[in-house]
Design a protein around this ligand. Structure first.
Ligand SMILES: [Zn+2]
Length: 240
């Protein structure tokens, strides 16, 4: 696969939207899971163009280390210095959902009791006060490994797009190989889903957020997996 690294460390939201719009026709005309899981070279290149500029590491000095003392779930850990870390770029099943225990167990095996290195994006905390970071164990990205094993999906913010193309590539590989969550039956909650070009979330059609999306900005997916495969994550309000 061709990877294209753009000169700037981050694309502006407008550039991401502009380039995502070029993918729209491709996305909405795909019909079957088999077609969906056979990504075209063109799409890979386009996504690399969209996200490839985000693969630069943070500047030196924008990272530190700590020891993991507790694993909450597949995407959140606690450190010996008291900080709660929410992994950048991924989302794992919530407690009680299919695959949640396995995702947590995989995370425990990777990081529990280990000295980890943290790397930050532009947004350093979320609305719950958790620190947002990419976490590394022996230079292995935990976000990437969680996705690669099939226990998490991509969860992008415009303020934290570091390593997005790498994560999306790992997700597609895991889905195509039916690893982890992707070996389980699809958990459809609607007959189609709606997203907007200006965010990286998808919704049930009746979600209050969908009412605010302009028609020109609307993107339709036939299944959860097709939205996830294109790097969209479930909305936290309607939980599709
Ligand atoms: Zn929603």
């Amino acid at each position: 696969m061709i990877d294209v690294t753009l000169p700037s460390p981050l694309l502006s939201g407008a550039m991401v939207r502009h380039r995502l719009s070029a993918l729209r026709r491709y996305t909405v005309t795909r019909r079957t899971a088999r077609q969906r899981l056979r990504p075209s070279i063109a799409l890979c290149v386009a996504m690399a163009l969209v996200l490839g500029g985000c693969n630069q590491r943070s500047p030196s000095g924008n990272a530190d280390t700590a020891t993991v003392v507790h694993v909450r779930d597949g995407d959140t850990i606690e450190l010996d210095d008291g900080r709660v870390i929410r992994y950048i770029g991924i989302d794992a099943p919530e407690r009680g959902k299919p695959g949640a225990d396995s995702a947590t167990a995989f995370n425990v095996a990777m990081v529990m009791g280990k000295r980890v290195r943290l790397e930050y994006g532009h947004e350093k905390t979320d609305r719950y006060g958790r620190t947002l970071a990419l976490v590394y164990v022996d230079d292995r990205s935990v976000s990437r490994e969680m996705i690669r094993a099939g226990w998490a999906w991509c969860y992008f913010f415009e303020g934290n797009l570091g390593h997005s193309s790498d994560l999306l590539r790992a997700l597609r590989e895991a889905m195509s190989a039916k690893r982890g969550l992707w070996a389980m039956p699809a958990d459809e909650t609607s007959d189609h889903y709606v997203a907007s070009f200006s965010s990286f979330r998808f919704h049930r059609p009746g979600c209050e957020v969908v009412a605010t999306i302009e028609r020109d900005n609307e993107l339709i997916f036939p299944s959860r997996d097709s939205a996830l495969f294109d790097g969209y994550a479930p909305c936290g309000v309607c939980r599709p």
